[in-house]
Ligand binder design. Structure first.
Ligand code: WT7
Length: 658
């Protein structure tokens, strides 16, 4: 990797953030009732958590139920750390049984609204029964502990039930986001050799139908390991094709399944799930989260960052297809016994007020969304918000990318009515749980900063050599001390795990993000320093998009970079050279954009696509993305071109610029 800190995007973000110096103390009324009521209390707890992490994490873990105790809280260096060694537990048990068999049996666990408008309320008691039945369905298909099960569904309660049932029997779930195309499903299913797929006929989105089952059918033509497909019926009448001997209907199987299924005793370090995320090189990485540490991390962060209370209606708008949905729609809040709101569809269907309508209708009290959504609401206009009281809200959150201070202010003013603290939560698929975020009753917010570390977390800003960077200056964000919820490996590729996260800065986990710490100890995230684009809060590897482009017969070479975009955070700009004899037409441009959408999913569709005769390369043949990024951003190249092999290339690229 070249000069990490020299990346322009880090510098650009930093300038704009440096000007922000507003501070918002936690509202007194909120603080009075919060779990942590003052900054002094936060600091005392934090100090204890990093001075005696074993005692701190043992106490946290003790709030969950264990079938057998651990013998050691933590063992090993950060790259091979184990937590709660020897302990036995089950995350489904802690998310469901613990409440269903206790005082929360009749409390609503899942409060769901479909896009067409129907509402379902599932209590912890009902969830307990459904999850056990579905666990028996999976067992009936021969799925056993350690088997991989792919899940490709829309946002409906059955999706949460599918995850929980896998966790119950120790099957490793691998959720594939419902917006991905069949290629992406096939790649992920094959990478981990899934034995079954759980899907549904269709899902509703923006008034239309997403034909999930037929996309799965297409994918499975290339997936020899899959023996069964379970199909949840979402539509009143479904016209999907069912493959004899392979496909079964969810409702038919559930009707025949037994109502009791004991939760498997999982070892603390047994894998819980695989989730794919984009990296700098090649195919997506199947990150593996394990049971004990992930349970404790998601439980504790949900409790303190969202300050969960018994009467909350908690809504994280993320799709369960992303890690945010795993940790903060399903496992974190359910372990806390919360009532979890789930919504199936688009925020602007049938009109741009849908979210606020839901907040008022279901008395949502904690609301967690992405900056990209907030920017969309801002654009749609306040009239869509003003129709609603939003009086039930008491806490707001964001995740996925840095929030620009003006969006933060809008969120604070128009949604929070200047009454609700905002938690800007920084974390990653790999970290499993929130790493940096204000504890809302204690830590004052600064718009655009994720503020201070969560308990037990020690972020550092360092140079490429691992030396500390003085406060106020940008550097690389790393974590030197282990924490429970870190992903343990990349499925099937432990070497790549070490290489990707622990080789860059010796002795540290490297996030791939630039950051700076200010004089108050607040962290300001400055974006990725690697070749990963953050589109609407979702990480996309430039390599994957380039590979898709090159797979097209007419494309010879492709380079993809991100450029700043007011709505999406970053937009995708692709530079393409064509095979000899192929003509650079507008039709081909559109065809290639569509091609990427079809290969990977609509999220990855390039916003700009430019044809060029050649790509700027170094003498050693590396594409100089830095120059392309500059060109995509400003239309010019002023940066250092000393290593450029052929200067004519840049001149040509500029000529082609529309
Ligand atoms: C990357 C992780 C964690 C769930 C959503 C994305 C960026 C995430 C923030 C934030 C600034 C953020 C980082 C990070 N990011 N949250 N609050 N402030 N940047 O998960 O797909 O694994 O992406 O998202 O660049 O590395 P992910």
């Amino acid at each position: 990797m070249g000069s990490l800190i020299g990346n322009e995007s880090v510098g650009t973000n930093m300038d704009s953030l440096l000007r922000e110096n507003r501070v918002f103390a936690p509202p007194a009324e909120f603080a009075a009732k919060a779990h942590v009521k003052s900054v002094a209390e936060y600091e005392a707890m934090y100090r204890r958590s990093v001075e005696d992490p074993e005692a701190f994490w043992a106490e946290a873990a003790g709030e969950l139920e264990w079938f057998a105790p651990w013998t050691k809280v933590q063992e090993g260096e950060i790259a091979e750390a184990k937590w709660f060694v020897g302990g036995k537990l089950n995350l489904c048990h802690n998310s469901v049984d613990r409440h269903a068999l206790g005082a929360r049996k009749d409390k609503v666990a899942l409060l769901w609204e479909g896009e067409p408008g129907e509402v379902r309320k599932i209590t912890y008691g009902e969830l307990h029964e459904q999850v056990q039945r579905f666990a028996n369905v999976l067992k009936g298909l021969g799925v056993v502990k350690g088997d991989r099960v792919a899940i490709y569904m829309g946002m409906c309660p059955e999706l949460a039930i599918a995850l929980l049932a896998c966790a119950r029997i120790g099957a490793i779930h691998s959720v594939v986001f419902g917006g991905f195309a069949s290629h992406a499903i096939a790649d992920r299913v094959n990478d981990s050799g899934c034995v079954a797929v759980i899907t549904q006929d269709i899902s509703y989105r923006r008034g239309g139908e997403v034909k999930l089952k037929s996309i799965v059918d297409e994918a499975l033509k290339k997936c020899p390991t899959v023996k069964n497909v379970v199909v949840f019926q979402r539509a009143a009448s479904s016209a999907v094709s069912m493959t004899e001997g392979r496909d079964i209907w969810w409702h038919e199987a559930m009707a025949l399944a037994g109502a009791e299924c004991a939760a498997e005793w999982m070892d603390s370090e047994d894998p819980l799930y695989i989730l794919y995320t984009s990296g700098t090189t090649g195919k997506p990485k199947g990150l593996v989260h394990t049971t004990g540490g992930y349970s404790v991390g998601t439980y504790l962060t949900s409790k303190y960052v969202f300050d969960l209370r018994e009467d909350d209606v908690y809504w994280c708008t993320a799709d369960i297809g992303w890690v945010t949905g795993h940790s903060y729609v399903v496992y974190g809040p359910l372990q806390n016994g919360a009532t979890v709101m789930m919504y199936e569809g688009a925020p602007n269907w049938p009109e741009p007020d849908r979210f606020w309508k839901i907040v008022d209708a279901h008395k949502v009290s904690v609301f967690y969304t992405a900056p990209t959504a907030i920017r969309a609401f801002t654009k749609w206009g306040n009239e869509w918000v003003d129709k609603y009281s939003l009086a039930s809200l008491r806490l707001l959150g964001t995740v996925g990318e840095p929030i620009n201070p003006e969006s933060w202010m809008w969120y604070h003013r128009e949604i929070g009515k200047e009454r609700c603290p905002i938690v800007d939560t920084y974390w990653q698929t790999e970290t499993g749980a929130i790493m940096i975020a204000p504890i809302p009753g204690a830590v004052a917010a600064k718009p655009g900063s994720a503020t201070r570390p969560f308990f037990g977390i020690v972020p550092e800003v360092v140079t490429q050599e691992g030396e500390p960077v003085p406060d106020g200056q940008g550097g690389l964000l790393v974590f030197r001390k282990p924490w429970p919820s870190l992903a343990r490996t990349i499925y099937g590729d432990p070497e790549r795990y070490k290489q990707a996260y622990f080789s860059e800065i010796p002795g540290c986990y490297f996030t791939g993000d630039g950051a700076r710490r200010d004089e108050d100890g607040y962290f300001w995230l400055m974006g990725r320093v690697d070749d990963v684009i953050n589109v609407s809060g979702h990480r996309l590897g430039t390599m994957e998009i380039e590979s898709a482009l090159v797979a097209h017969v007419k494309v010879a070479e492709a380079a993809v970079v991100g450029r700043p975009d007011a709505m999406k955070g970053q937009a995708i700009a692709a530079f393409v050279t064509l095979e000899g004899g192929c003509e650079a037409t507008e039709e081909l441009k559109q065809e290639l954009r569509q091609w990427v959408a079809k290969e990977i999913g609509a999220l990855a569709r390039p916003d700009d696509l430019r044809f060029t005769d050649a790509l700027p390369k170094t003498r050693s043949g590396k594409i100089m993305r830095r120059l392309l990024r500059e060109l995509a951003e400003t239309g010019e190249v002023k940066g250092d071109t000393t290593t450029l092999e052929d200067f004519g290339v840049i001149a040509k690229l500029r000529e082609n610029d529309e």
